[in-house]
Design a protein around this ligand. Sequence first.
Ligand code: FES
Length: 110
Amino acid sequence: MKDLIEVTIIDKDGTSNTLQIPTGISLSLMEVLKGEGYPILATCGGMALCATCHVQVIKGYEKLHQPEDQEWAMLDTLPNYTPQSRLSCQLKIDETMDGMEFRVMGEDNV
Ligand code: FES
Protein backbone atom coordinates (compact mmCIF):
# COMPACT_ATOMS: atom_id res chain seq x y z
CA MET A 1 0.00 0.00 0.00
CA LYS A 2 1.41 3.35 -1.05
CA ASP A 3 1.02 6.39 1.21
CA LEU A 4 2.13 8.87 -1.41
CA ILE A 5 1.14 9.00 -5.05
CA GLU A 6 2.42 11.18 -7.86
CA VAL A 7 0.01 12.91 -10.21
CA THR A 8 1.06 15.19 -13.04
CA ILE A 9 -1.00 18.32 -13.68
CA ILE A 10 -0.77 20.39 -16.84
CA ASP A 11 -1.94 23.95 -16.35
CA LYS A 12 -3.77 26.00 -18.97
CA ASP A 13 -0.52 27.63 -20.09
CA GLY A 14 1.02 24.20 -20.68
CA THR A 15 3.12 24.14 -17.51
CA SER A 16 3.47 20.65 -16.16
CA ASN A 17 3.89 19.91 -12.46
CA THR A 18 4.07 16.65 -10.57
CA LEU A 19 2.23 16.70 -7.26
CA GLN A 20 2.93 14.28 -4.46
CA ILE A 21 -0.34 13.53 -2.70
CA PRO A 22 -0.88 11.42 0.41
CA THR A 23 -3.47 8.69 -0.26
CA GLY A 24 -5.05 8.72 3.19
CA ILE A 25 -6.52 12.20 2.90
CA SER A 26 -9.99 11.38 1.61
CA LEU A 27 -10.14 14.40 -0.67
CA SER A 28 -11.21 14.75 -4.27
CA LEU A 29 -8.77 15.73 -6.99
CA MET A 30 -10.66 19.06 -7.23
CA GLU A 31 -9.93 19.82 -3.55
CA VAL A 32 -6.26 19.01 -4.01
CA LEU A 33 -5.99 21.17 -7.14
CA LYS A 34 -7.68 24.10 -5.41
CA GLY A 35 -5.38 23.69 -2.43
CA GLU A 36 -2.38 23.78 -4.76
CA GLY A 37 -3.58 27.09 -6.19
CA TYR A 38 -4.94 25.96 -9.55
CA PRO A 39 -7.65 28.26 -10.95
CA ILE A 40 -10.65 26.08 -10.17
CA LEU A 41 -13.69 27.92 -8.85
CA ALA A 42 -15.67 24.87 -7.69
CA THR A 43 -18.73 27.08 -7.23
CA CYS A 44 -20.98 24.08 -6.58
CA GLY A 45 -18.69 22.79 -3.83
CA GLY A 46 -18.10 19.43 -5.47
CA MET A 47 -21.67 18.43 -6.38
CA ALA A 48 -21.00 17.87 -10.11
CA LEU A 49 -23.16 20.92 -10.91
CA CYS A 50 -20.80 23.68 -12.08
CA ALA A 51 -18.13 21.98 -14.23
CA THR A 52 -15.51 24.56 -13.25
CA CYS A 53 -13.42 21.60 -12.06
CA HIS A 54 -13.32 20.06 -15.56
CA VAL A 55 -10.09 18.18 -16.31
CA GLN A 56 -8.94 16.16 -19.28
CA VAL A 57 -7.29 12.87 -18.37
CA ILE A 58 -4.08 12.68 -20.39
CA LYS A 59 -2.82 9.43 -18.93
CA GLY A 60 -4.68 6.66 -17.07
CA TYR A 61 -8.32 7.36 -18.05
CA GLU A 62 -9.10 3.64 -18.08
CA LYS A 63 -8.16 3.32 -14.41
CA LEU A 64 -11.04 5.57 -13.30
CA HIS A 65 -14.56 4.47 -12.42
CA GLN A 66 -17.25 5.43 -14.93
CA PRO A 67 -18.96 8.80 -14.40
CA GLU A 68 -22.29 8.80 -12.55
CA ASP A 69 -25.37 10.20 -14.32
CA GLN A 70 -24.99 13.67 -12.83
CA GLU A 71 -21.37 13.92 -13.97
CA TRP A 72 -22.31 12.77 -17.49
CA ALA A 73 -25.09 15.34 -17.59
CA MET A 74 -22.65 18.15 -16.79
CA LEU A 75 -19.90 16.89 -19.10
CA ASP A 76 -22.44 16.82 -21.88
CA THR A 77 -22.97 20.60 -21.59
CA LEU A 78 -19.29 21.53 -21.95
CA PRO A 79 -18.19 23.30 -25.11
CA ASN A 80 -14.64 22.01 -24.60
CA TYR A 81 -15.69 18.43 -23.80
CA THR A 82 -13.25 15.70 -24.84
CA PRO A 83 -13.71 11.91 -24.62
CA GLN A 84 -11.22 11.98 -21.72
CA SER A 85 -13.08 14.71 -19.82
CA ARG A 86 -13.97 14.27 -16.15
CA LEU A 87 -15.10 16.45 -13.28
CA SER A 88 -12.25 16.39 -10.80
CA CYS A 89 -14.65 16.78 -7.84
CA GLN A 90 -15.97 13.31 -8.67
CA LEU A 91 -12.51 11.72 -8.54
CA LYS A 92 -11.39 10.63 -5.08
CA ILE A 93 -7.69 10.50 -4.43
CA ASP A 94 -6.54 6.93 -4.05
CA GLU A 95 -3.57 4.84 -5.05
CA THR A 96 -5.01 3.88 -8.43
CA MET A 97 -4.36 7.51 -9.42
CA ASP A 98 -0.61 7.06 -9.07
CA GLY A 99 1.17 8.04 -12.29
CA MET A 100 -1.88 9.63 -13.87
CA GLU A 101 -1.79 12.90 -15.76
CA PHE A 102 -4.51 15.57 -15.98
CA ARG A 103 -4.93 18.83 -17.87
CA VAL A 104 -6.88 21.63 -16.15
CA MET A 105 -9.77 22.64 -18.43
CA GLY A 106 -12.38 24.44 -16.29
CA GLU A 107 -13.41 28.07 -16.64
CA ASP A 108 -11.60 30.58 -14.46
CA ASN A 109 -12.75 33.87 -15.96
CA VAL A 110 -14.36 35.85 -13.17
S1 FES B 1 -16.80 21.47 -8.31
FE1 FES B 1 -18.63 21.92 -9.37
S2 FES B 1 -18.73 20.32 -10.79
FE2 FES B 1 -16.96 19.86 -9.71
